[in-house]
Each structure stands twice: as structure tokens, then as C-alpha cells.
Write a protein that binds this ligand. Structure first.
Ligand code: PEP
Ligand code: MG
Length: 840
């Protein structure tokens, strides 16, 4: 109506009571998803133009018209709610697309009675759909008549010119969909939604429970608190709105492939035994009992901010720090990509998206503008969003707060120029979400006393490393462990799966005494470690060590190991980008043999695929890698790899001390094929003898076929880590299932019994090289079932030998049989503790 310097006053297009958008009974409009505006409950039957302009869009079904005013403002005039469903019935358009109209000109006629009877509501809307360039001011009116002033629109500074030239499309498309992602719209699916929306020029929003979030903000998307199977409204606006809508519907309606992990309820909820005051329960990944101050890894405490910082300098500092962290994450992402670890890739992609999130960046920027330091501005922005996520009542989203905290710390480290290792006092107990193998090595070098992880599995490689270092470690403690104040004295009772948060001085003293007597016992065990382990009734049990390098082999030999029960050859070259050649491999194997004096060494052929990936050996992506081309299957599919390894193995000296072992065997043909290959290569090399050839029993099929395998194998060695995974159908690295992936399950014991019986028929010996061999509670059971070799982590050799010496093999045989009939792993553990108690 009135147009001065691009300011615009809109007149009422209809007569009737005026409503605010928030009171419109439609979430898309009420949430402002379509833009700011006003609603009128019409009393007249003709819609009029609120200003002069061009008709840029008319709905096919005749219920809505969009005008573009001379200053660029785009105005959607929408008659009634859900009137699209009337398919044009009850409406008559009075203008057409492209037509220029005057203020007040009739645009649309409506049959009020018909529409009122056939639709949800007559409430009609006037929406400014490109509001980012304008300020909209409402006039305080309770009702209006056609032509009366209703709203003022003012282009924002610097945007007036742009607004005039910008040719926004006001096409709009929306649809509802149920969110398929396990656990709802947590960080990774939200990142995917954002990524999808970014592929289109349309602006897209999700609307849920009267709140809307732009698809460009991860924080806003997560902040909606959308749960699995919640129905959301997707609304897209722009030239490619249909395409954007379809793509978003697909993204929301298709669960992430790796969601099984991501959506695991917090371990705290399922891995835990009934709660006890002041105690967190977890799963033992490496045994031990220690007390000490707990430190959250990497938590940086900021000094007080005195404010009055120069905003420009702080902005630059934050931007440089963010760049650095992005580079680091991209590097990690690249490594995950090379390892084809989709789940890690999803997580790091989400982290990258979080680092670009407008909610976080805007909040930091606003605080910096007020003179705050970049460190504090960033830290506060994250803390605020963590609170939002934690208040949503969705455990999975609450868990994502930890991702934010990780980013908070990473950026703070970059801002403060701090190195990775914060000052941990020796003897500290470290708490972290999940540690990587390299974290663990650094921490162990810093002299920490124990490790606690919120997530993680007891059979993960970190757990294997922790056992190797003799560091007590609990996993799957749940997120609570990350909220404990730095420096708080705790007791980490890894054997009992407990983290005591408020031990009194008496308890700490008791733990220290126990630790002292353990140390003494350990010393005496060490003194006896080089002697053979004979049971009380004279049966010899070989106690060997699992090693990953010649250094560990040396440690094992010094620790009294009777041999190497498992050399994981894939660990030897894990940091390499190029494949080791035959000579390098031979040298590495020889070094392990040399480190072991005159003791035998079992070298397992390369076991990649599944969870084990090597940089230099890219493998095809598989839907189910753990059930795919892994272990011996891969070796048979890539005969040149296997030949090279076998040739290297055949050249070590003395060959009698080298035993070759095959991973993941499921049938006799695999064994025979390798045996023939070994014979042929030995003949080519002019060797008269060949090494012993054994088979790992780590798949139920192999255990059930032990007798047939034993006919052609020189020995069998049970890999209880994989055997548990495949027998119980539980991922060995699954934090939420860690407490239940227990190899003392009677089903596993039956398979072990069957393996030993099958081997005995051909006079072969059976060892155990999986983690169960390291569990002293299991020692009598394994001996009782017929196992004669236990391959353990190097620091445990003395302890397990000591345990063997306290046992009577005949009694073990007798009692072990009864365990097979127990109902579950817990009952087996209880029975073992009763029959063969451990030292306190
Ligand atoms: C096992 O599966 O138990 C085993 C010893 O092999 P790895 O842990 O290397 O898979
Ligand atoms: Mg295995």
C-alpha cells in the first residue's frame, strides 16, 4: 500500500480476527518454519493483494498464491489449513502466475461454507517467506478489515539491494515421515540430514512438536529431541524443493547401516548390575585392584576470564584453532576411511559438522563480541549445548554431549597450544570415553595406575594392550564415569568390575594392603615363573604368551613363558603403509624366535578382515565384514599373500621351534589346502622338514568338527574371543554387550569340551589363546575340560602358572563336567569361585 524507500506496509488481505502464528493449529506455520507472518480467521470470501507486486506462484490446487513485492519481499497467502487436500474444490483463482497486481486487487475467491465443512480450518496465513532479508513489524490488532494496515516490512541494511535482485523461489514442499534411525536423530543421522540438505538450494526445516530446526544446524536438529519412530514434518522451500524433500525423506526414513552400534543404549543401562551407592559397575578388560586420584583424560580447566579481550584477535585465534582441529579430524577420518571403518567415519564426519555448526559458532562469536576470551566463549557455547542435549531425556542424545565435550577439549587444546598429555600424576586412574591403542601406550609410559572407559569392549585391542601392560582396566562403565571431578580418590577394582567413587580411608588402606600383598605374591610368582607349571597331581600345563612383537616376546621369555602361544602377525606391520616383503617378514619372525631362547613359537598366518584392517591391504567393503572375507578365507582368496608369508615362515631357524597356525578355519578342506601349499613351498626351498601346522578353533563349526580337523592338524588352539562372538552372536567389541560376551558361558564350555574330545581321538593337544586363558577363574575349568596349553598376556605368565600349581587336575575334570549343565555364564562363574576360590 505504502512504499517508501523499500519499506512496505501490508494491508489486510482478508477481514476477520487476527491471530499470531504461534496460535495456528498447524506445526509448520506455528513453528515459523515457513517464515514469520500473521493469520486471519476470514469472514469474507475474497483474498486481496496486501501490496502491489508480481504473482510468482499459484498453487496448482488454487488455495494459495505468492506475490513478490517491488522491494523483493515474497509473500505467501495461504487460505485455510490442509486445504491442499481439497484439490481445488471450493476455490477460484482470479489471477495467474506472472501477472502484475495492484494493492487490494482480488486474487482468489473462496466458497467459505464448502471449505469450512471439508477442511480442518479456514484460518488463513500471510507469510513472509524470505524473511532473512527483512524486519517484520506486527501492528497490535485483534481484528482487521480488508485493506486496513496489518504489517510493516523493512529491508535490513545492506540487504535491500540484494533483496531486490534475489529471485527466490517460494515453491514449497512438505511431507511427514517417521524417523527410522535407531535412537532417533542423534549426531550422526543429524549430520547426514544436514549433508543431504546442503546438496540443494532450497531451505529445509524439520518440524517436531511445534518446534522447527533448520537442516543446516546440527545442534538445532539434535535439539528437537526427535526419537526413533517419531513422526516429523519436513518442509523445503526453494526452486528444487521437491528434490530436496525426496532426498531428506529418504535420509530420515533409512536407518544408518552402522546404527546398531550407535544406537546401543548407554552401556550404563544394560551392562550394569544392580546399582550400589557410590559404585559404578563395568566389565573387566584387564584385572587388578588399585586406588588413586581419578582424572578425566584431556579435561582442561580454564582460569577465570577477566573479559575485555580484543574481539578481532579472539576471533582469529578461535578460527585458527578450529582449522587445526578440523585438520586433525580429517586426518583421523582419512585413516578410518582407509580402514574402511564406516562407523568411525560417520562419527568423525559428525564431529566435523559440529565444528561448523552455526549455533555453536554464533554463540561463541556473540560472546567474543562482548569481550570474552575465545577459550571461554567456545567452552561456554559447548556447555550450553551439552545441557540442551542432556535435558532432552534421550540417553543417546545425552551421550552425544560427550562428543561435544571432546570437541570442546580439542579446540581448547589447540587454543592453548597444549600437548596431548595433560599433567597426569603418576598413579592416576584415567577416565575416558574410549581410549585408542596409542592413547594407551602414552598413558602407560606416563605411569598411570589404571584405566576406566565409559564405552569399550573387554576383547577390544585396547583391552588386549592393557592386559599386556598389566594395567587394570574397566570398560563399559557408562557416561557417569566422565562426570566425576578431577582428582577424586577412587578405588578401581577391575577384578570385581567395580569403580568405587567414595572410598573411605579404611577402604583405601585395605586396597593398598591388598595391592602390597599382591605385589609380594607377584614377586614370589615371578620367582617361580620359569619352572614348569604342574598341577598338584602332576599334570603339566604349558603356560605360553600371546605377543605382537619381538619386544613383547623378550618380555614374555623373561617372565617365564613356556613359549609363544600366539604371534598375531597382522600386528607386526600394523603401522605400515606398504606391505612387508618376504625378507622383512622372515626377519620379524626370526626376531621373535630368537627372543624366545629355546622355546616354541606359534605364528598365526595373517588374520585381517572383520575388525582387523591394515593400511597397506585395502579390502573390499562388505555388508557384514565379521562374517565375510576374513582370516584364512582372505588368505585363500589372495594366494600370493599367503605364499609369501609361508615362504618367510619356512626360512626361520630352527624350523622345529616354529609352529604355523591358521585363523578362522571352518572346514577340513581349508586346512588341507594350506598343508599342501606348505609342503610344496618347503619342497621348492629344498627343505626336508616342515613346521607343525595347527588350527585355531574360533568358529563354532570348527569346534563341532574338531575331530575331523585334528586328524590333519598337529594341534588345535581355541580362540575364545571370536568363538564367544560367533557362538553367542554378540559383537566382541560391543560396549553394551561387553558384560555378556563371557566365554565361561556353558555353550562355549560345551564347544571347548567337544574340541578337546575330538583332538584326543587323534592324540593332539589343545591350547587356548583367547582372553579366557588369562582369566584365573577359568584355569581349572579349561584344565578340567582337557586343555593342556594356556597362552596368556606376558605379565600374567607367573600368576597363571601359580594358579595351575594349586589345582588338582582329576578334581578339575570331575567338576568341569558339571558346569556344562549350568544355565548361564554367571552361574558358571559363581560355581568356579566356590570350588576354586581366588586370592583376595
Ligand atoms: C581369538 O579370537 O580368541 C583370538 C585369539 O584371535 P584374535 O583375538 O586375534 O581374533
Ligand atoms: Mg580370532
Amino acid at each position: 500500500m505504502h512504499n517508501n524507500n523499500n519499506d512496505l506496509t501490508l494491508s489486510a488481505p482478508l477481514s476477520g480476527p487476527v491471530l499470531s502464528l504461534r496460535s495456528v493449529p498447524d506445526p509448520v506455520f506455528a513453528s515459523g518454519a515457513m517464515g514469520d507472518g500473521i493469520a486471519i480467521d476470514p469472514l469474507n470470501n475474497t483474498l486481496h493483494a496486501p501490496c502491489a507486486g508480481q504473482v510468482i506462484q499459484v498453487a496448482r490446487t488454487g488455495h494459495a498464491v505468492t506475490l513478490r513485492a517491488a522491494n523483493g519481499a515474497e509473500l505467501l497467502l495461504h487460505l485455510g489449513l490442509d486445504t491442499v487436500e481439497l484439490q481445488g474444490e471450493g476455490f477460484a483463482l482470479l489471477v495467474e502466475e506472472g501477472q502484475q497486481v495492484n494493492a487490494g486487487q482480488p486474487l482468489l475467491w473462496v466458497d467459505l461454507d464448502y471449505v469450512a465443512q471439508h477442511c480442518r480450518s479456514l484460518i488463513s496465513l500471510l507469510i513472509l517467506t524470505n524473511g532473512e532479508g527483512f524486519d517484520l513489524r506486527h501492528l497490535p490488532l485483534s481484528s482487521v478489515k480488508v485493506g486496513e494496515p496489518l504489517l510493516h516490512i523493512t529491508p535490513r541494511a545492506n540487504q535491500a539491494a540484494q533483496a531486490q535482485t534475489q529471485a527466490h523461489s517460494s515453491e514449497q514442499a512438505s511431507a511427514r515421515i517417521k524417523v527410522a534411525h535407531r535412537g532417533g536423530l542423534h549426531a550422526r543421522p543429524a549430520a547426514l540430514v544436514r549433508q543431504t540438505a546442503e546438496g540443494f538450494s532450497s531451505r529445509s526445516q524439520l518440524i517436531f512438536k511445534d518446534q522447527s530446526a533448520s537442516c543446516s544446524s546440527l545442534m538445532a536438529l539434535m535439539g528437537l529431541g526427535i526419537g526413533e519412530q517419531d513422526e516429523v514434518l519436513v518442509s523445503c522451500q526453494g526452486a528444487d524443493c521437491q528434490e530436496a524433500l525426496q532426498a531428506l525423506l529418504k535420509t530420515l526414513g533409512t536407518a544408518l547401516a552402522a546404527d546398531t552400534h550407535a544406537a546401543t543404549p548407554a552401556p550404563a543401562q544394560i551392562a550394569h548390575r544392580p546399582t550400589e551407592d557410590g559404585v559404578l559397575h563395568g566389565v573387566c578388560a584387564a584385572p587388578g585392584l588399585v586406588s588413586g586420584p581419578l582424572f578425566r583424560l584431556n579435561a582442561i580447566a580454564l582460569p577465570e576470564d577477566l573479559g575485555e579481550h580484543q574481539p578481532q584477535a579472539q576471533r582469529l585465534a578461535l578460527s585458527a584453532a578450529l582449522d587445526q582441529v578440523r585438520r586433525d579430524i580429517r586426518h583421523t577420518l582419512e585413516q578410518a576411511r582407509q580402514r574402511r571403518n564406516q562407523e568411525e567415519q560417520d562419527i568423525f564426519n559428525a564431529h566435523l559438522a559440529l565444528l561448523e555448526d552455526p549455533t555453536l559458532l554464533d554463540a561463541s562469536d556473540a560472546a567474543i563480541a562482548q569481550g570474552r576470551a575465545a577459550t571461554h566463549a567456545w567452552s561456554a557455547a559447548i556447555t550450553e549445548q551439552c545441557q540442551v542435549l542432556q535435558q532432552l531425556g534421550n540417553p543417546l542424545l545425552a551421550e552425544r554431549a560427550n562428543d561435544l565435550r571432546d570437541l570442546q577439549q580439542q579446540v581448547l587444546r589447540a587454543l592453548l597450544g597444549e600437548a596431548w598429555h595433560c599433567d597426569l600424576p603418576a598413579g592416576a586412574i584415567v577416565a575416558a570415553e574410549e581410549l585408542t591403542p596409542s592413547d594407551l601406550l602414552q598413558l602407560s609410559a606416563q605411569g598411570v595406575a589404571g584405566l576406566c572407559m565409559a564405552a569399550g569392549g573387554a576383547t577390544s585391542h585396547v583391552a588386549i594392550l592393557a592386559r599386556g601392560k598389566g594395567l587394570p582396566c574397566l570398560v563399559a562403565l557408562g557416561q557417569e564415569v566422565l562426570g566425576i571431578g578431577n582428582g577424586q580418590q577412587v578405588v578401581l577394582d577391575a577384578d570385581g568390575g567395580r569403580l568405587e567413587l567414595a572410598p573411605d580411608p579404611r577402604r583405601i588402606e585395605q586396597v593398598q594392603q591388598t595391592a602390597d600383598s599382591r605385589r609380594q605374591r607377584r614377586q614370589s610368582q615371578q620367582q617361580q615363573a620359569h619352572a614348569s607349571a604342574l598341577t598338584r597331581d602332576g599334570q603339566q600345563i604349558e603356560v605360553a604368551a600371546n605377543v605382537a612383537s619381538s619386544e613383547e616376546a623378550r618380555e614374555a621369555h623373561q617372565g617365564g613363558a613356556d613359549g609363544v602361544g600366539l604371534l598375531r602377525t597382522e600386528f607386526l606391520f600394523v603401522d605400515r603403509h606398504s606391505a612387508p616383503d618376504e625378507v622383512e617378514q622372515r626377519q620379524a619372525y626370526q626376531a621373535v624366535l630368537d627372543a624366545m631362547g629355546d622355546k616354541p613359537v606359534i605364528i598365526r598366518t595373517i588374520d585381517v578382515g572383520g575388525d582387523k584392517q591394515l593400511d597397506y591391504l585395502p579390502l573390499p567393503v562388505e555388508a557384514n565384514p565379521v562374517l565375510g572375507l576374513r582370516g584364512i578365507r582372505l588368505a585363500l582368496a589372495r594366494p600370493e599373500l599367503l605364499d609369501q608369508q609361508l615362504r618367510a615362515l619356512l626360512q626361520v631357524t630352527p624350523l622345529q621351534r616354529c609352529r604355523v597356525m591358521l585363523p578362522m578355519v571352518t572346514e577340513v578342506a581349508e586346512l588341507l589346502q594350506i598343508r599342501q601349499r606348505l609342503d610344496a613351498l618347503a619342497a621348492e626351498l629344498g627343505l626336508a622338514q616342515r613346521p607343525e601346522l595347527g588350527v585355531m578353533i574360533e568358529v563354532p563349526a570348527a569346534a563341532l568338527m574338531a575331530e575331523q580337523l585334528a586328524e590333519h592338524a598337529d594341534f588345535l588352539s581355541i580362540g575364545t574371543n571370536d568363538l564367544s562372538q560367533y557362538t553367542l552372536a554378540m559383537d566382541r567389541d560391543h560396549a553394551g554387550l561387553a558384560a555378556r560376551v563371557d566365554a565361561l558361558h556353558p555353550a562355549l564350555l560345551r564347544l571347548i569340551a567337544q574340541t578337546c574330545a575330538g583332538a584326543a581321538r587323534h592324540g593332539r593337544w589343545v591350547g587356548v589363546c583367547g582372553a579366557l586363558a588369562c582369566d584365573p577363574l577359568a584355569t581349572p575349568v579349561l584344565i578340567g575340560l582337557g586343555v593342556s596349553e594356556l597362552s596368556v598376556s606376558p605379565p600374567q605368565v607367573g600368576e597363571i602358572k601359580d594358579r595351575v600349581r594349586q589345582l588338582d587336575a582329576a578334581e578339575c575334570r570331575h567338576l568341569a563336567q558339571s558346569l556344562l549343565n549350568l544355565p548361564g555364564a554367571a552361574a558358571v562363574r559363581q560355581a568356579c569361585a566356590r570350588h576354586w576360590p581366588l586370592h583376595p
